[in-house]
Design a protein around this ligand. Structure first.
Ligand code: NAD
Ligand code: DAU
Length: 337
């Protein structure tokens, strides 16, 4: 019966993780500590808010008093809280440095002070930079860091701090560097939910540049299971890379798959201005977590993608509330009216 502090639990992956954990570890208690930025949404957790094993605490990881208070009695920290959108980091980098770097350091201090048994840091493959198109190269746990956006630079900074606290102070840590997640409760600023919801609204799907950029796509529930396996059997101090794909699928191909699932034609695609410094290709070698912990995805990309489309069809109110709210201004500023 562990007490688990989940930071950023009202966001996309954090809320999926809380659902996953309450289902698979019903005797543990979860405290969800979240600042409820534009990306935090308690609707994601409406079905568990009365669960006696679950507690929401409003708070900011950059506030040392709040963090010290919430850390009391915690066994395990699973740290998701971050500013997570690359395009926003290009427009306003300061919030990324504050939350992702300073916020992580404040959490690490409190975790050390309160002797937590594990600090698990959720990071990204973007810290490794970009791979060339049409190559067989992949990121792995030994790839040198080469972040290229303010977002990935801030996540790289947080990874270094987490390792520094392990080396210097002996904090028991683990890190996962994972690929692009997709699935339920994904904020519609990100490619897959943006594409699905735009199609449902009868709008075009904006594709940056030539659309030949490649991401490694990881279904969010597979990711949550990977974190569970690292918490249960991962080695203290180690990093695990979590990807899912076995072959490259570029952004245009992803959109075409979605259009096909939804019975639409490629006429719905609109090429728009590219992202500055756009990383060409990500691909993860997930051999280590597979061989050491037995992790692998439960289904292939096409299967999970179809399931994801169904979720957005069945949960229109969830994404319509977001798209008609504050996000509308961001969308119009970013893509034009
Ligand atoms: P998200 O943007 O959907 O959610 C982030 C959550 O953190 C929100 O609930 C937000 O309110 C909260 N938050 C932000 N600043 C905070 C602060 N100062 N104090 C407390 N809470 C704060 O993000 P996500 O997509 O769920 O990503 C979660 C984590 O996983 C991040 O650390 C991200 O870098 C990492 N990651 C995400 C992906 C992906 O594809 N989404 C891939 C690799 C790694
Ligand atoms: O790789 C892991 C990372 O994946 C995470 O660390 C980040 O938090 C997460 O946001 C995600 O970053 P990306 O920049 O890869 O995700 P995004 O959904 O923004 O973009 C995916 C690809 O689609 C990328 O090549 C840019 C492109 N794109 C994106 C948007 C929003 C488009 O072509 N059009 C769009 O409108």
């Amino acid at each position: 019966m562990a007490k688990i502090l989940v930071t950023g639990g009202a966001g996309f992956i954090g809320s999926n993780f809380i659902h996953y954990w309450l289902t698979n570890h019903p005797n543990d208690t979860i405290v969800n500590f979240d600042k409820l930025t534009y990306a935090g949404n308690l609707e994601n957790l409406a079905d568990v808010e009365k669960n006696p094993q679950y507690l929401f605490m409003y708070g900011d990881i950059t506030n040392p008093e709040m963090v010290d208070n919430v850390m009391k009695g915690v066994d395990i920290v699973v740290h998701f809280a971050a500013e997570s959108h690359v395009d926003r980091s290009i427009k306003e980098p300061a919030a990324f440095v504050k939350t992702n770097v300073l916020g992580t350091q404040i959490l690490l201090d409190a975790a050390l002070k309160h002797s937590v048994k594990r600090f698990h840091h959720v990071s990204t493959d973007e810290v490794f930079g970009a791979l060339p198109l049409n190559s067989s190269e992949k990121f792995n746990e030994n790839t040198a860091y080469d972040p290229r956006s303010p977002y990935s630079a801030s996540k790289a900074g947080s990874d270094h701090l987490v390792r520094a606290y392990a080396e210097t102070y002996g904090l028991p840590i683990t890190i996962t560097n994972c690929a692009n997640n997709y699935g339920p409760y994904h904020f519609p600023e990100k490619l897959i939910p943006l594409a699905i919801t735009n199609i449902l609204e009868g709008k075009k799907v904006p594709v940056y540049g030539d659309g030949l950029y490649v991401r490694d796509w990881l279904y969010v529930e597979d990711h949550c299971r990977a974190i569970d396996m690292v918490l249960s059997n991962g080695k203290i101090g180690e990093t695990y890379c979590v990807g899912s794909m076995t072959q490259d699928v570029n952004n245009l191909e992803v959109i075409k798959k979605i259009l096909k699932i939804m019975g639409k034609t490629e006429g719905e695609i609109e090429f728009v201005k590219d992202r500055p410094g756009h990383d060409r290709r990500y691909a993860i070698d997930w051999t280590k977590i597979h061989n050491e912990l037995g992790w692998e995805p439960m289904a292939d990309f096409d299967t999970w993608l179809a399931k994801t489309v169904d979720w957005y069809k069945e949960n229109t109110k969830w994404w319509q509330d977001i798209k008609n709210g504050e996000y509308k201004n961001y969308y119009e500023e970013h893509y034009g009216k």
